[in-house]
Design a protein around this ligand. Structure first.
Ligand code: CP
Ligand code: NVA
Length: 308
């Protein structure tokens, strides 16, 4: 566990280790109050954030360390004045950990290649592993043992959160069904790889363009924005038309298990990927899910620092 770039690189054991640590950190935060004393996390952002920025910064404070917010657009690295390689070599001499939210996953891989400190993927065009660790923690809290549960994802399949959910679920043995329109299905290489993980962990991955097939009897119904941060605003009208059959509304929720929970990594648009009735209704766990970003990431910071 040197970096957290993608859950595809982590074993199921490593994922469960972090989840178990997150449970302890959440239950007894005071026990971890000084564990990262004098440590600095650099937080590099190329895109907006509410949850990721605040949970990492608050998490470092709670662990006794410090976090620096670093805006890519005002850095020599962002302006093309300094290479990623030189920048991360300098950062490695001054900080203890880096988290980066970048447009291009390839830039993150370049950082990891030249860094001598742990690098954490805080969302790229490819994946969002921190989100999925918090999601697994939330599902475990609400449903117990993850193995054998079924998660249905509805909406944009060619999406960072979807890809990471596929990696996370198939690693831990949770069935996952992705319901997405043709042309917006998950990346082929992710599907191929997750089929292998599913075989190893004894679960099933289904990718379908039929929302009813995806959601039937599911324990967890999950959706994400149709307008991810990198999607241009002028594509919105077309995307609404394409994704509307995949909206999570009361009729679709009724096809999941009666005690199914509803999740969305947030930010959410009521009336788009889900109705207000669903996200504000009794089956929704979205704010517990958001809170768990804090606890799961504190566990990641501790693991990658080698102190827990
Ligand atoms: N879910 C998530 O990553 O939210 P932010 O974009 O607010 O960080
Ligand atoms: N898929 C979304 C996730 C936001 C947390 C995006 O990339 O904007």
């Amino acid at each position: 566990m040197r970096h957290l770039i993608s859950l595809k690189d982590w074993s199921a054991e490593a994922i469960f280790e972090v989840l178990n640590l997150a449970v302890s950190v959440k239950a007894a935060p005071a026990q971890y109050a000084d564990v990262l004393k004098q440590k600095t996390l650099l937080m590099i952002f190329e895109k907006p954030s509410l949850r990721t920025r605040i949970s990492f910064e608050a998490g470092m404070t709670q662990l006794g360390g410090h976090a620096i917010y670093y805006d890519m657009s005002t850095s020599p690295m962002g302006g093309g004045k300094e290479t990623i390689e030189d920048s991360i070599k300098v950062i490695s001499r001054m900080c203890d950990l880096v988290m980066a939210r970048l447009f291009r996953h390839s830039d993150l891989l370049e950082m990891a290649e030249h860094a001598t400190i742990p690098i954490i993927n805080a969302l790229t065009d490819n994946s969002h592993p921190c989100q999925i660790l918090a999601d697994l923690l939330t599902i475990q809290e609400k449903k117990g043992d993850l193995k054998g549960l079924t998660l249905a994802y509805l909406g944009d399949g060619f999406n960072n959160v979807t890809h990471s959910l596929m990696h996370g679920c198939t690693k831990v043995g949770m069935n996952i069904r992705v319901g997405s329109p043709k042309g917006h299905m998950p990346a082929d290489d992710v599907v191929e790889r997750c089929n292998v993980f599913a075989k190893e962990s004894g679960c099933e991955l289904v990718v379908t363009d039929d929302p009813a097939e995806a959601v039937k009897g599911a324990d967890v119904v999950y959706t994400d924005s149709w307008m991810s941060y990198h999607i241009p605003k002028d594509e919105e009208a077309v995307r609404i038309e394409i994704f509307t059959p995949y909206q999570v509304n009361a009729a679709l929720m009724a096809q999941a298990a009666p005690d199914a929970i509803f999740m969305n990594c947030l930010p959410a648009a009521r009336g788009a990927e889900q109705t207000a009735e669903v996200i504000d209704g009794p089956q929704s766990v979205v704010f517990d899910e958001a809170e768990n970003r804090l606890h799961a990431q504190k566990a990641v910071l501790l693991k990658l620092s080698g102190v827990a």
